[in-house]
Design a protein around this ligand. Sequence first.
Ligand SMILES: CC(C)(COP(=O)(O)OP(=O)(O)OC[C@H]1O[C@@H](n2cnc3c(N)ncnc32)[C@H](O)[C@@H]1OP(=O)(O)O)[C@@H](O)C(=O)NCCC(=O)NCCS
Length: 192
Amino acid sequence: MTRRTPAAGRLRIKPALALRFIPVVSAARINRVARLARTIWTEHYIAITGKAQVDYMLARFQSPEAIAGQIKEGYGYFLINAGRRHIGYVAILPQPKRQELFISKLYVLDSQRGKGIGRQAMAFIERLAATHNLRRLTLTVNKHNTGSQAFYLACGFVKSGSVVKDIGQGFVMDDYVMKKTLERKEHARVLV
Ligand SMILES: CC(C)(COP(=O)(O)OP(=O)(O)OC[C@H]1O[C@@H](n2cnc3c(N)ncnc32)[C@H](O)[C@@H]1OP(=O)(O)O)[C@@H](O)C(=O)NCCC(=O)NCCS
């Protein structure tokens, strides 16, 4: 993606978009996530991993059946909703034994980036973690996905290692691991 930067000397003002994070609990919402995944992954990842890997990963991890299976395993999926539009999605996996919340997916449509939506989604994820009494956020991010790494650094994450995962058919995921330790907050509550 191309980062939109403000003109030199001009203050960058981000209107606070009123977002809702809608739990993905029906076949219709799962289908909506799958369609968003195809759009966002195609626009973002072909330049990073190539089309063959994007097609393979979409079929393997983001088909309606694959998403439904992940939800059964304990993943939480949420559509990011602004007014009448779904503009991205989030998937998380609570890992209570490790006291961690794994951020599996955080995707915003290219046309909606740079407006503070990622930050609002991260604040939502942090509230989820607090609700589950989890102390850390973790994620993996492609080593060439530099814009998203910059986003996570801006949100307070640090790189803590790297991992190469064989995902079959000759494809690998070559990622950094990033972590953020959360401050303890009392009486956390999540509104969706
Ligand atoms: C990563 C992503 C979720 C960020 O969402 P966003 O709505 O564009 O992010 P925000 O507008 O809230 O940006 C928050 C901060 O992150 C930083 N940031 C975000 N994108 C950046 C980029 N491409 N390059 C540099 N910094 C960036 C900015 O410093 C910004 O700080 P600011 O508030 O001081 O300007 C979004 O770009 C995205 O969906 N990317 C493609 C999919 C992807 O790679 N997801 C992550 C998979 S691991």
